[in-house]
Design a protein around this ligand. Structure first.
Ligand SMILES: O=C(O)CCC(=O)C(=O)O
Ligand SMILES: [Fe+2]
Length: 306
């Protein structure tokens, strides 16, 4: 029983994560032994995620970070007295989700995530074993000090195409425990009860036979599984797994994996991207592709008789 002391207090949605070796642990890199695609696929089936430490090119990651921060500085969001690369927000500015900064004017980020011969796309081509495609929408997050992303599974936001779809979470800079990065609930991707209930949800459907169903105009934020990381762990079992991250790291995980972004208890922005990849031959969720993906807007909503 020695690992407990390796982790400081961790927080999600204002709750301190329960401590103890059976409740929280460190992610271990999956890539140390340079495994072949088949063993990576087996590992994904077993664990629901792969942690690829130092897999991406650090200079490419930092170039993408630099461009994001230049954009935020130009918008007057940053404290001009702090070095740009520190990413200190101006007091009173509350940032969370900035996909528009990824869509426009960030060639280094587009290159990092989507260049056909880049490390990331090459990983998916060999992992999936065929021609791949990515979503055109990029979830870029510049998270101000405060609450992180509540626990959820990605399937409820992007499940209209194949379920064989994967998220790549990429920290754009160092992310220590204070800044608070991605956390994954061990074994949660195998929970059939969760898949048959919450996992069937589509955040953009509404009841067309119910007048003024609020889901018709919701912004996609009604997909959270829980805002309490301790009760969800008690209910599903497993440990919360996380790490401190550095530029070059990436985590790939499946659509049924419960995860969250920890609270940011620093004075800096926590900058990361998450992007999606699948086989080109599989059906795609139309909300997230094209020049201007409709996403959770009214064009992405679907009515059904309830
Ligand atoms: O970075 C975060 O706060 C959440 C990330 C996430 O939900 C994802 O990568 O799917
Ligand atoms: Fe997510």
């Amino acid at each position: 029983m020695t690992t407990l002391c390796a982790l400081p207090s961790l927080y999600s949605c204002g709750h301190e994560i329960d401590g103890g070796d059976d409740k929280v642990g460190l992610l271990h890199s999956t890539y140390d032994a340079r495994p072949d695609s088949e063993s990576l696929r087996n590992r994904m089936t077993e664990d629901g995620y792969l942690f690829l430490r130092d897999y991406l090119k650090k200079d490419e990651v930092l170039a993408a970070r630099h461009r994001v921060l230049e954009q935020l500085a130009a918008e007057g969001q940053l404290d001009p007295s702090a070095p740009l690369m520190e990413g200190v927000p101006k007091p009173g500015k509350n940032l969370f989700f900035q996909p528009e900064l990824a869509q426009k004017n960030n060639p280094p980020l587009q290159h990092l995530l989507y260049h056909p011969q880049g490390r990331l796309m090459s990983f998916f081509a060999s992992f999936l074993g065929g021609e791949i495609r990515h979503f055109d929408f990029t979830w870029l997050r510049c998270i101000s000090p405060g609450m992180g992303t509540p626990s959820h599974c990605d399937i409820v936001y992007m499940g209209r195409g194949t379920r064989k779809l994967y998220t790549a979470w990429v920290p754009l800079g160092d992310v220590d425990f204070q800044l608070g990065g991605l956390m994954i609930l061990e074994g949660s991707h195998k929970n059939e009860r969760l898949q048959k209930t919450y996992g069937q949800r589509d955040v953009d459907t509404y009841c067309s036979n119910r007048l003024d169903d609020p889901a018709k105009t919701a912004n996609g934020l009604n997909g959270w599984l829980s805002k309490n990381p301790n009760t969800i762990r008690q209910s599903l079992g497993g440990r919360w797994l996380t790490s401190e991250y550095r530029p070059g790291d990436m985590i790939v995980f499946c659509m049924d994996m419960v995860h969250c972004g920890m609270d940011n208890r620093s004075n800096r922005l926590r900058i990361s991207s998450d992007s999606r990849y699948q086989l080109a031959s599989e059906p795609v969720d139309e909300r997230w592709v094209g020049d201007t993906p409709p996403g959770h807007s009214s064009a992405g909503k679907r009515g059904r008789i309830c």
